[in-house]
Design a protein around this ligand. Structure first.
Ligand SMILES: Nc1ncnc2c1ncn2[C@@H]1O[C@H](COP(=O)(O)OP(=O)(O)OP(=O)(O)O)[C@@H](O)[C@H]1O
Length: 244
């Protein structure tokens, strides 16, 4: 389970998080939907311990990520907003490096590597150097390195950006499979269709705050609109920065 409670964060005069609170439950896919600059990335960074908030807490299975970042990180996989691959490493070496950072070694490490490579269907690129990989291949390697230690929680910051239709479908299938396994999945997005299709719960954020929470259907009922897109516009008063 993932929770943020009363987060406050400023960057100079910018009020990026203004008492933001929400939770994401096990066995569910939770989406954070909001326009550009709403505070999505900032909230996720606080949650996985990359940024310190001035007030509030980010909790990973009840562990405060600012108080005990190492234990918290063991329980999450992170698909960050900006990622790079070590171009000279093969995909297998790259994933192995992350597995070692999570304390895996010996046979356990080998087993974890084989298992995630099979699960994501990347046997064909596992022993190729990452330089020259397509966006879809890069996405799968980053997903593999996020999942290799079998975390209970997965946080993804706009995971489908730059992906073609096939890669987006593969990612969706992986997320649905992880949900079936009872994992807690939290992802941010601008893409309405993806959120409507995948999410059990949608957290609508604007101006560093939560504007509404509910299933796509509940958000439609709440606003009297027939689509999530219309409900979103009604909730935040603008369609800026949102993709259909
Ligand atoms: N390192 C930083 N320095 C200065 N301002 C920042 C920094 N990070 C975020 N901000 C500001 O904080 C606010 C929230 O940004 P954040 O990246 O969290 O929004 P977002 O909802 O993820 O937006 P987007 O959808 O555009 O990625 C914005 O006004 C942004 O410019």
């Amino acid at each position: 389970m993932l929770e943020v409670k009363d987060l406050v964060k400023h960057f100079g005069d910018i009020n990026a998080l203004n008492n933001m609170s929400f939770s994401a439950e096990d066995g569910q896919i939770t989406g954070i939907l909001g326009p550009n600059g709403a505070g999505k990335t900032t909230a996720l960074r606080v949650l996985y311990g990359l940024l310190k908030a001035e007030e509030g807490q980010g909790l990973i299975n009840s562990i405060d990520s600012q108080v005990d970042p190492i234990s918290a990180r063991r329980q999450i996989g992170i698909f960050p907003d900006k990622f790079g691959l070590y171009e000279r490493l093969t995909a297998r070496e790259q994933i192995s490096y992350f597995a070692e950072l999570h304390g895996l070694k010996g046979q356990k490490l080998e087993d974890a590597l084989s298992s995630i490579i099979t699960q994501l269907g990347i046997e064909d690129i596992a022993d190729r150097k990452c330089a020259g990989f397509s966006q879809g291949q890069r996405m799968k390697v980053v997903l593999a390195q996020a999942l290799v230690h079998q975390p209970k929680n997965l946080i993804l910051d706009e995971p489908t950006r730059g992906l073609d239709v096939m890669s987006t479908r593969i990612l969706r299938d992986v997320l649905l499979d992880l949900k079936k396994q009872g994992k807690c999945i939290l992802f941010s997005s601008h893409v309405m269709q993806e959120v409507a299709a995948l999410c059990d719960k949608v957290i609508v954020v604007a101006n560093g705050q939560v504007a509404a929470v509910g299933t796509p259907q509940e958000l439609c009922e709440m606003t009297g609109e027939s689509t999530l897109e219309e409900a979103f516009v009604s909730l935040i008063g603008s369609d800026e920065g949102i993709a259909a």
